[in-house]
Design a protein around this ligand. Structure first.
Ligand code: C2O
Ligand code: CU
Ligand code: CU
Length: 560
């Protein structure tokens, strides 16, 4: 159907080939798929698309009162309703974060996105199952003053999704300046469970930031070094605020919707009173059953629903959600810098290997809601390995440092619409993707037998053992994200994860449910199972360490 130009294992999609390759299938799917009402690549409204919810969303420079003294220059999404109800938008006061967009499964949504920031941008709906032209591909960026029209049907289950910019090379910076918001979907199934709602349904966006002496956001103060590791901030912001105190009422049952909206930081979250953390939902919605964990590892872009029952809590007491120490600091540049590779860094950030407060909850006067957390929330219906067309030979993607000191996926970096042969999948098939952090799993790995990088915690360990070579001298976690779909986790192999790191994290991972982002530790290998449905075209998969993504640790896969 389309022309493939093989240049080694690449498919060049430049020039004329692009039009046939990329635009045509979309128009074709337009005709066959009337339920999803595609716009014509976002530049005008499709009059036949009868929206239930029609929103004007604008990204613009703004000033936010994060500190009482000076206002901070930020970027911010603002929105207004053209059609729909007030419930569709929920503002977070005094925050750079965009309004929470709340919709129902099945809603026909139009978003008129206007870019008023100086750089090119485009909005990506993280976790949503939408067509290529609604996915916010970097190739669809618009300049200042331009508008992009999204028109899609909400096909996802109830869950906590989000939106953020996705221009190539500038996602990290734009998110950092404040562009992000939650996109919350509800559905009948979830409504029937009578989970906490309204004031008992609390969004919690966790981010880290660094401010300069004038209370302005500081980003990548150490340039290339910070880019290699990913940005790590000096302080935690909750919902865009430095005061992370929430006032909740005693006896209340709460649904806390956590999003790790940080550029690169992961958290090891636990209650400071030693109680286990009850998780009942992940990226793509409810788990089959709630899960109690001693602590929770929340990588960038991941979401969880946490149950908080304040019955029995005493008024005026407080509870904290804290980050517990985990041995990752040496991977974040310490090892490299101690080895003298990159020169000295003045970088200060909240160390991974220390405990700090993330969220403080003040228990106020009693007010009761009757919500109960059901033991069974939904039926699993997960994808089975036996359904996968490649079950005996999973597609393999290695996230690793490339020879040119760049972050790569299977040795490649992002290049516009380029798709390789091993990135092309078929519509209406189920596949297993094996994602590897580091080269140690590949059978052709040379040198000292594969496990280069060795012990990753000691000084110098980062440099690899003798003969390890450049490409393994820096191993870091990669939060891997796949666009357009929700997958299930078949397997998490930690055999080659550093033992101290694994010991400190192993009880905090959730392998159940529908997810779109996973935190892949150095040496970790995971098998993900996913189905390609409804939409052909180009979609992204990438590292959600936004600095890695901006450096090109991002590729297309194409559904044909
Ligand atoms: Cu939230 Cu392509 O990302
Ligand atoms: Cu995404
Ligand atoms: Cu990465």
């Amino acid at each position: 159907m389309k022309n493939k130009y093989n240049r080694r294992d690449f498919i060049a999609t430049a020039g004329l080939a692009t039009a046939g390759f990329y635009v045509m299938p979309l128009f074709a799917s337009c005709k066959t798929d009337t339920t999803t009402g595609h716009p014509s690549l976002g530049n005008k409204i499709n009059k036949d698309f009868d929206a239930d919810v029609d929103i004007k969303l604008t990204a613009s420079p703004s000033k936010t009162n994060i500190f009482s003294q000076n206002s901070t220059d930020t970027y911010s999404y603002s929105a207004s309703i053209i059609k729909g109800s007030e419930d569709n938008l929920q503002e977070i006061e005094d925050s750079y974060l965009g309004p929470i967009i709340r919709v129902k499964k099945g809603d026909r949504v139009r978003v008129r996105y206007e870019n008023q920031i100086s750089g090119e941008s485009i909005v990506h709906w993280h976790g949503l199952h939408v067509s290529h032209e609604n996915d916010g591909h970097p190739e669809h960026v618009i300049g200042k003053g331009e508008t992009y029209f999204y028109e899609f049907v909400v096909m996802n289950r109830a869950g906590t999704y989000w939106f953020h910019p996705h221009p190539h090379r500038h996602t990290g910076e734009q998110v950092y300046q404040g562009l992000a918001g939650l996109f919350i979907v509800s559905d009948k199934e979830e409504e029937n469970l009578n989970l906490p709602e309204g004031e008992y349904d609390i969004p919690i966006v966790i981010q880290d930031r660094t401010f300069d002496d004038n209370h302005q956001l500081a980003y990548l103060g150490n340039g290339q070094m910070d880019r290699m590791t990913g940005f790590l901030g000096e302080q935690i912001l909750i919902n865009g605020k430095i005061d992370s105190t929430l006032a909740l009422s005693a006896n209340g049952k709460y649904r806390l919707r956590l999003l790790n909206g940080s550029n690169s930081r992961a958290y090891k979250l636990a209650w400071n009173n030693g109680e286990s953390i009850t998780v009942f939902g992940v990226d793509g919605g409810l788990l089959e059953a709630p899960k109690n964990l001693p602590y929770l590892i929340l990588g960038p872009a991941q979401r969880v629903d946490v149950w908080l029952d304040l019955s029995g809590q005493i008024e005026n007491k407080s509870i904290k959600l804290v980050h517990l120490p985990m041995p990752l600091d040496n991977m974040m540049g310490g090892g490299m810098m101690n080895g003298g590779m990159m020169g000295n860094s003045n970088s200060t950030y909240l160390p991974y290997n220390s405990q700090f407060d993330v969220l403080k909850i003040e228990v106020g006067s009693a007010k009761k809601n009757d919500a109960v957390l059901p033991e069974k929330l939904t039926s699993a219906n997960y994808l089975q390995a036996s359904e996968a067309v490649n079950k005996n030979n999973p597609r393999s993607f290695t996230f690793a440092m490339g020879g040119m000191m760049e972050w790569t996926i299977n040795g490649r970096t992002y290049n516009g619409n380029e798709v390789a042969e091993d990135e092309t999948v078929k519509l209406d098939t189920t596949e297993v993707w094996r994602i590897n952090n580091g080269n140690q799993f590949s059978s052709d790995s040379d040198g000292d037998g594969g496990m280069m990088g060795g012990r990753m915690h000691g000084n110098g360990g980062m440099m690899g053992r003798e003969g390890g070579g450049m490409r393994n001298m820096m191993q870091m976690p990669h939060p891997v994200h796949i666009h357009q779909l929700q997958f299930n986790i078949l397997n998490r192999n930690a055999e080659q994860v550093d033992s101290l790191l694994w010991e400190a994290t192993k009880d905090g991972f959730i392998n159940e449910g529908w997810q779109d982002s996973v935190y892949l530790l150095p040496g970790m290998q995971m098998d993900l199972i996913m189905r390609f449905e409804d939409f052909k075209g180009l979609f992204l998969y990438h590292c959600h360490n936004l600095e890695h993504e901006d450096m090109g640790m991002m590729r297309n896969f194409e559904i044909v």
